[in-house]
Design a protein around this ligand. Structure first.
Ligand SMILES: N=CN[C@@H](CCC(=O)O)C(=O)O
Ligand SMILES: [Zn+2]
Length: 417
């Protein structure tokens, strides 16, 4: 067989080719092929075999993995990619113990980023999003979700979604867009959140007809939107043909996880304080639990999502950076993999399912991303790591050697010697 690129000397290859979403105990069952090789033709995976079978393959270019780990490109299922400004000054408030929701109540937090995003031009937002997206790619992410939610008015929400679309067209990474107009209550609607939700719901038709988002999301939280308000809003979104997501049980256990299950959300996200009942319902549903442990870490919480209980009860779990300017400011999903190991007590095998196949399912890309399968897009990472356990183990740095997106080499680590 003739291929464009042949990756040889793969010490460990993770095909992640189980039909997902992968749930419960299956998450701990990881297929690992040793001494493997992989051929890419055009934008697809064309051949997978053992090193001693490579004489069957003719290649234009050979890339040696030097006995290291090769996996699918990481899939990042929850980010707030498009925003103006930054919030480093809030760090001092956090250190003084001012709670996240109090900062928001005082007009800071999300509302501060809303002001910066309203002030930023479309072009400024495109440049900034591309910068962060490059970093995501350098850290091994090849497909990711991006939410709006820093506009909270018609013009700025549409601006954010259009920025995401332009960025998606310009950048090799695949972006999946989510409308999060219901992210906070703007000051002008302070006493009338229902009217604000109606205002955001009025955008559904326009967003749908211009194909600006696939998903609709809401922040169900104390001081933001109640479970009742969220239910009504998500119902309307579903009637307009959107699939839905919920920012659920991040700070206070309001029952957002149960709501996500009830409305058939593709994912319930955060789940840091999900109740026993919520865990049970999640485990018996098709909703994927997207856990964001970097947020618990960054907000200085003692409590982390009960991922162990969720997986042990049979849930399908994913993890994500939640990249945003307030509650988790990092593009490094590998760091989150370490936090998942240390704080969520997830096994390395579960973690790899969480950042590939399950993450892809959480954003409706289960048939395209998160797996190395013949005939699928060649989204592949070669790591400077001897095995899959090494990535969560050696924390806080970038282990990527080479990122291949759609069959093209996108990034290669440079040596300074
Ligand atoms: N919690 C709600 N939204 C984001 C944080 C947004 C921000 O603080 O700017 C999250 O997922 O953590
Ligand atoms: Zn979020």
């Amino acid at each position: 067989m003739q291929v464009d690129i042949l990756i040889t000397n793969i010490g460990q290859l993770l095909p992640m080719d189980k039909k997902g979403p992968v749930r419960g105990a299956d998450m701990n069952d990881l297929t690992v092929w040793e001494d493997a090789a992989l051929g890419i033709k055009g934008n697809q995976v064309a051949w997978i075999g053992a090193m001693d079978e490579t004489d069957q393959v003719e290649a234009d270019e050979v890339i040696s993995a030097h006995g290291k780990l090769v996996t699918p490109g990481l899939v990042e299922p929850h980010t707030h990619l498009v925003f103006g400004g930054s919030r480093e000054k809030e760090m001092a408030l956090k250190q003084k113990g001012v709670p996240y929701l109090d900062i928001l109540k005082q007009g800071g937090g999300i509302l501060s980023t809303v002001r910066s995003t309203q002030e930023a031009t479309h072009e400024e937002l495109v440049d900034k999003a591309l910068f962060h997206l490059d970093r995501m790619a350098m850290h091994g992410i090849t497909t990711m979700e991006a939410k709006s939610g820093y506009g909270l008015d018609r013009e700025t929400e549409l601006k954010q979604l259009k920025v995401a679309k332009e960025v998606s067209d310009k950048h090799p990474l695949d972006l999946v867009s989510t409308f999060l107009g219901a992210h906070a209550i703007p000051p002008s609607y302070k006493d009338n959140p229902d009217a604000f939700l109606d205002h955001m719901a009025d955008l559904f038709d326009e967003i749908k007809s211009e194909n600006l988002a696939e998903f609709v999301d809401i922040f169900t939280e104390t001081g933001v939107f109640t479970v009742e308000q969220s239910r009504r809003y998500l119902q309307k979104a579903k009637e307009k043909g959107f699939r839905v997501k919920v920012h659920a049980d991040e700070i206070d256990p309001l029952g957002g996880t149960e709501l996500a299950v009830e409305v058939g959300a593709i994912s319930g996200d955060h789940l840091a304080v999900t109740s026993d009942e919520g865990i049970k319902q999640l485990a018996n549903s098709d909703t994927i639990g997207v856990i964001l442990p970097g947020t618990s870490f960054y907000l200085g919480k003692e409590t982390y999502a009960r991922a162990r209980e969720m997986i042990d009860a049979g849930a399908a779990v994913s993890i994500s950076t939640d990249f945003n300017p307030g509650s988790c400011v990092t593009e490094n999903l590998q760091l989150i993999m370490s936090i998942a190991a240390l704080k969520l007590k997830m096994s390395p095998e579960e973690i790899w399912h969480a950042v590939t196949v399950n993450a892809a399912h959480a954003i409706g890309r289960g048939n395209e991303a998160g797996s190395i399968t013949i005939g699928r897009k060649a989204d592949i990472v070669i790591w400077d790591a001897p095995n899959y356990m090494y990535i969560p183990y050696h924390y806080g740095v970038n282990h990527v050697n080479t990122v291949i997106k759609n069959g093209n080499v996108l990034f290669q680590r440079q040596e300074i010697r």
